[in-house]
Structure formats: structure tokens, C-alpha cells
Design a protein around this ligand. Structure first.
Ligand code: HEM
Length: 228
């Protein structure tokens, strides 16, 4: 609230319902689509899935579940998630916005009331920014020793929009993807089912899904301890 406005003003029930609807609407399909791409890449590149599982076994072990505080200790897993965001670019465009006044950006004049949005897919596949952008290579985000994320590279990935209206759920979204993916891959191995016709072509939409994969073959990695 700016000075002078009533800071104790209670939002109406209708506003609260609309806000909660927005949060669920914006936070559900995004996170589930991100996870389904993560699992698809993990099943399509078994060597990468194995490397994540080795990292999980060595860092967390098999006795306890992954926690949010483990996130900074799993560089390959983090690099894999970043490469999933970049390569799939499953949210190809940001939400459309409208200029409230005439403005200039990078030498371009943009009149008032123009619809503007960011083409995230283009930025994530720009040959001037990325080496071999069509290849799925989590290592591009790691230092030479493979022990740390290269922040200059990771900051180039565009997934949550830009500027004042960028995603407000970015932190929780990243945490959710990390926690679900590590929990699943610690316990389970995902494979493409033999003879399964898979087509990773993204289907255009607000969030893009891959075109075809009916099922994965899933195997338990660890002996059951009854808590899964
Ligand atoms: C991997 C998960 C997610 C991705 C990739 C994602 C991506 C985005 C993108 C690209 C935008 C549009 C930004 C723009 O127009 O510049 C956005 C907006 C938004 N997101 Fe997310 N999001 C994710 C998760 C979430 C979660 C978990 C929540 C809520 C808990 C959330 C709430 C919102 C809201 C409320 C907006 C509208 C913000 C505004 O207009 O000011 N998002 N998100």
C-alpha cells in the first residue's frame, strides 16, 4: 500500500477466491508439465538418469528422503533440471502484457497500448547464446570439474519471464520440481517401454507437452521399506 491508502483494508472474499484460483491455475500445470519433461528426458537418456541417481546415492544415501536443504549439494541434478527448462522451453511465451505508455527499448519505439511478451523459446535456442542449442546437454551448466553450477550460463535460461510481472511463484516452482524429481529418482527407475512409440515434438500451447508417450516402464530401485 502507498502512504495515504488504507493499509488495513480487508480484501473481499471474491478477491481472495480469485487470487487462490490464480495461484492454483498458474502453479499446477506449470510444475506438472516441468516434471513430465524431466521424467521424459530421464527415460530417454538412461546414462543421465543413472548419473543423477549416483549423485543422490552418494550425497543423500538411500536411508532418508531428499529435502529442500539438499538442493545446493546436487550440481548434476540441478544442471539436468536447468537443461530440461532450456531445451523443452515448455512455456514458450510469457503472458501477454500491454504497454501503459509509449516507450523505447533497445532502440525500438513501442507505442502505448501495444501487446508485448517475451519469446522464451527463441532465447533458450539462440545460436548466439548457446553452443549446439538443439542438443540436450546438462553439462553445459557445470564447471569443468562438474562440481558447481556455472551461474553465467544458468542465468541465461528464460523460464519464468522477465521484469516486474515475472512469475511470483518462481522459488516455490523450482523447489517443487527439485523435490519431486529427486524423490522419484531416488526410489524409482524410469524407462521407455519396449516398442513404445515416443514423439518428443512439443505440442503448441500455453504450456507445451510432448506429442506422444503413453506410458513409462517403472522399476523400484531400492528394497521396499514400507514407506513409499
Ligand atoms: C516450473 C514452474 C513455473 C513456471 C515455468 C512458471 C512460469 C511463469 C511465467 C513464464 C509467467 C509469466 C511471466 C511474464 O508474463 O513475464 C508466470 C506468471 C505467474 N506465475 Fe508462474 N511459473 C511456475 C510456477 C508457478 C507457481 C508454483 C506459482 C504459484 C504458486 C506461479 C504463479 C504465477 C503467477 C501468479 C503469475 C502471474 C504474475 C503476474 O502477472 O504478475 N507460478 N509464471
Amino acid at each position: 500500500k502507498t502512504a495515504g491508502e488504507d493499509t488495513n483494508l480487508q480484501p473481499s472474499n471474491q478477491s481472495i477466491i480469485a487470487i487462490v484460483n490464480d495461484l492454483f491455475g498458474a502453479g499446477f500445470d506449470t510444475v506438472t508439465t516441468a516434471l513430465s519433461w524431466c521424467l521424459m528426458y530421464a527415460a530417454s537418456y538412461p546414462d543421465m538418469q543413472k548419473r543423477i541417481q549416483d549423485e543422490l546415492d552418494q550425497t543423500i544415501g538411500q536411508e532418508r528422503r531428499p529435502r529442500l536443504s539438499d538442493r545446493g549439494t546436487l550440481p548434476y541434478t540441478e544442471a539436468f533440471i536447468l537443461e530440461t527448462f532450456r531445451h523443452s522451453s515448455f512455456l514458450p511465451f510469457t503472458i501477454p502484457h500491454r504497454t501503459t505508455k509509449a516507450t523505447a527499448l533497445n532502440g525500438y519505439y513501442i507505442p502505448k497500448d501495444t501487446c508485448v511478451f517475451v519469446n522464451q523459446w527463441q532465447v533458450n535456442h539462440d545460436e548466439k547464446l548457446w553452443q549446439d542449442p538443439s542438443a540436450f546437454k546438462p553439462e553445459r551448466f557445470l564447471n569443468a570439474a562438474g562440481t558447481e553450477i556455472n551461474r553465467t550460463e544458468s542465468d541465461k535460461v528464460l523460464t519464468f519471464g522477465l521484469g516486474r510481472r515475472r512469475c511470483i511463484g518462481e522459488s516455490i516452482g523450482r523447489w517443487e520440481v527439485f523435490l519431486f524429481l529427486t524423490t522419484l529418482l531416488q526410489q524409482l527407475e524410469f524407462r521407455l517401454a519396449p516398442g513404445e512409440a515416443v514423439d518428443l515434438t512439443p505440442q503448441y500451447g500455453l504450456t507445451m507437452k510432448y506429442k506422444k508417450c503413453e506410458r513409462f516402464q517403472i522399476k523400484r530401485r531400492l528394497p521396499s521399506n514400507g514407506s513409499l
